[in-house]
Design a protein around this ligand. Structure first.
Ligand SMILES: *Cc1c(COP(=O)(O)O)cnc(C)c1O
Length: 349
């Protein structure tokens, strides 16, 4: 008989209500367009199995992943034709996999268009580059006969700077409008989370929010609209009393100036709580704020627990995961904060 695994010392609660409410808000802000969902990178680190059923139930019809390897996790929840693979096919195996599973590749280049046609073709999406110069067909190549032969479901492009107020947004919009007039497709799609906040002109037929679904706030317009979804917590493993002169952690970078109670917490950079939090991060216990002391190590951090005199070993502490503030405090992006959260967190929805 195998004994049950004891409970973990890291947990990540996913607020399903907030997730569904965020999608509804983004769908509403998309006007006449409908909002899909970017669920690449295991739903931005929150777990496809926790996120996708909630979104499906809320009404999401189109899901976006980056890699072919991300497809199997989605298949129990989503019909293949509703899954778009952003990186597109790079080999005949990729194209055959898409054909056999019935999912839709996003074609980004003439090579990918050729691979798709040679594998037998069928409905696909086309990503056109309008200025991010990353993935996507350059508009100058749109006249190629390979493109005219495609059965395009969604014609897409991707905004480079939608989280900022810069002329590039309008320029990409104008170019995409021009491309959309020239290329027949069932649907058109331009906006990510920040793009939705730029207004309905950017929404076309389908929007592709990711970050904001999960509580990220890429533009001020979304503050107060988007709710926090991810609530990570770590357990206190040990409490100790420090005397003046005691040092904490690797490199002895922090020294106690007065007597205090310190808590050692089951959380480290291997869990995605990176060393950039050293000296400036805080963990929470109810209303109490417990500053990190010493360096973040692989599996542990130490906090000054003076503000929480009732703290006990085994108690849970909150990570600072209100994303806009956490990003400002850490210099990590809101995207990084989510996707960094490691495998040792037990995710519950
Ligand atoms: C990741 C991604 C999105 C989602 O972007 P967010 O900024 O997270 O909303 C949309 N479209 C494409 C092509 C992407 O790669």
């Amino acid at each position: 008989m195998k004994p049950d695994l004891p409970p973990p010392t890291l947990r990540l609660r996913i607020d399903r209500e907030a997730l569904a409410a965020n999608w509804r808000a983004l769908d509403r802000l998309s006007g006449a367009a409908s909002a899909g969902a970017a669920v690449k990178a295991d739903a931005y680190g929150l777990g496809v199995d926790n996120v996708v059923p909630v979104l499906r139930e809320a009404g999401v019809e189109h899901f976006f992943v980056a890699h072919w390897s991300e497809v199997p996790a989605l298949l129990p929840h989503v019909e293949p034709a509703r899954i778009a693979v952003l990186h597109g096919p790079l080999s005949d195996e990729d194209a055959r996999f898409a054909r056999e599973t019935g999912m839709r590749p996003v074609l980004n280049s003439l090579l990918q268009a050729r691979l798709w046609s040679e594998a037998g073709g069928g409905p696909c999406h086309l990503m056109v580059d309008t200025g991010i110069n990353r993935l996507g067909l350059p508009p100058a190549e749109l006249a190629d006969p390979l493109i005219a032969a495609l059965q395009i479901d969604t014609l897409m492009s991707h905004l480079a700077s939608a989280d900022e107020d810069v002329a590039q947004n309008g320029a990409q919009l104008a170019l995409f409008e021009q491309v959309a007039r020239a290329v027949p497709a069932r649907r058109r799609s331009l906006a990510n989370s920040a793009g939705i906040a730029l207004g309905e002109r950017y929404a076309f037929d389908l929007t592709r929010p990711g970050l904001a679904l999960y509580g990220g706030v890429p533009r001020a317009e979304l503050a107060g609209v988007i709710r926090q979804v991810a609530y990570p917590q770590a357990a206190v493993l040990q409490l100790r009393d420090l005397a003046p002169g005691d040092c904490v952690g690797y490199g002895a970078t922090w020294t106690a100036g007065h007597p205090l109670r310190a808590a050692t917490v089951s959380l480290g950079y291997a869990d995605g709580f990176l060393r950039c939090w050293s000296g400036r991060g805080v963990l929470g216990h109810g209303e109490a704020v417990l500053p990190l002391i010493g360096r973040v190590s692989m599996d542990l951090v130490v906090v000054d627990a003076s503000a929480a005199p009732d703290l006990r070993e085994g108690d849970w502490l909150d990570l600072p995961y209100s994303l806009p503030e956490a990003a400002a405090a850490s210099d990590l992006s809101q995207y990084e904060l989510l996707t960094l959260l490691g495998k040792r967190f037990r995710r519950t929805a």
